[in-house]
Design a binder for this molecule. Structure first.
Ligand SMILES: [Ca+2]
Ligand SMILES: [Ca+2]
Length: 212
C-alpha cells in the first residue's frame, strides 16, 4: 500500500489530493474491506474531504465511512476510513487499485514538512453457507507513508522562493491534464486537474516572494 504522489509540495492556503493505492492483491486472497487510519501534522494541514477510490466497489456495492478528526491529539489529526463490500458472499477484488482519495488544505501561515502516515487493516472475508456465517482474515501487507511539504504559494519546487524556475515548472506543461503522464500535481496550484492560466496567476502573483 502506498500514497500517490509519494511526496507533494503544496502552497499555503492551497489544497492537495492524495490517492491511497494498493498493488498486487492476490486472486487467492481477495480484498473485501479495509480500515485506514491516516495521521498528519495538524498545524500544517487541515482535512477537506475523503472519498472511496474505484477499487473495492468495482465488483460489488460498498459501505464507506469517513471520519475527519483534526483534533485527534495535541500534534496530529486523523482521517479514519472504513470500507466494506456488502456481505455475505461479495466477490472481493484483486490486482491493483485505488482505495481512497484524501484532500488537505495547507494552513495559511504554516511552513514545514509532515509525514502522511498510514495504519491499515485489510480483510478478506469468507462466507460459510453451512453455518450462515462470515469469517474475516487479515491480509498481510506493507504500507509506505507519504510526505507533504508546505511552502509559500507559488513555490512549486519548494526551495522557499518564488522565482522564474517555479513559473517554468508550470508553463512547460501548460494545458496538460491530470490524465497525461507529464502532469505535475505540484504545478497544479488550484488542484483542479489541469495546468492552466489560474495556476500561472497564483504563482506570479507571489513572484519574488521569499520565505523569510
Ligand atoms: Ca521556488
Ligand atoms: Ca490548475
Amino acid at each position: 500500500m502506498f500514497i500517490e504522489p509519494q511526496t507533494r509540495i503544496v502552497g499555503q492556503n492551497l489544497t492537495c489530493t492524495l490517492k491511497i493505492k494498493i498493488a498486487n492483491v492476490e486472486s487467492t486472497n481477495k480484498l473485501h474491506g479495509y480500515e485506514l487510519k491516516i495521521y498528519y501534522n495538524k498545524t500544517l494541514l487541515d482535512p477537506v474531504s475523503a472519498t472511496q477510490g474505484t477499487f473495492l466497489n468495482s465488483t460489488a456495492s460498498t459501505n464507506f465511512s469517513a471520519y475527519l478528526n483534526d483534533s485527534y491529539n495535541a500534534t496530529h489529526g486523523q482521517i479514519w476510513l472504513i470500507c466494506l463490500q456488502n456481505v455475505p458472499n461479495s466477490p472481493g477484488v484483486f490486482g491493483d487499485g485505488t482505495l481512497a482519495e484524501i484532500t488537505f488544505i495547507a494552513a495559511i501561515d504554516a511552513k514545514g514538512t509532515t509525514a502522511v502516515s498510514i495504519v491499515s487493516n485489510l480483510a478478506t472475508v469468507a462466507f460459510l453457507p453451512a453455518a450462515n456465517d462470515v469469517v474475516a482474515t487479515a491480509i498481510s501487507h506493507t504500507a509506505t507513508n507519504g510526505l507533504i511539504k508546505v511552502t509559500i504559494r507559488g513555490d512549486v519546487d519548494g526551495d522557499g522562493n518564488v522565482t522564474i524556475f517555479d513559473v517554468v515548472r508550470i508553463t512547460r506543461i501548460y494545458n496538460v491534464p491530470s490524465t497525461d503522464p507529464r502532469y505535475d500535481p505540484d504545478a497544479d496550484l488550484n488542484n483542479n486537474g489541469l495546468i492552466e492560466i489560474f495556476d500561472v496567476v497564483l504563482c506570479t502573483s507571489n513572484y519574488g516572494k521569499k520565505d523569510p
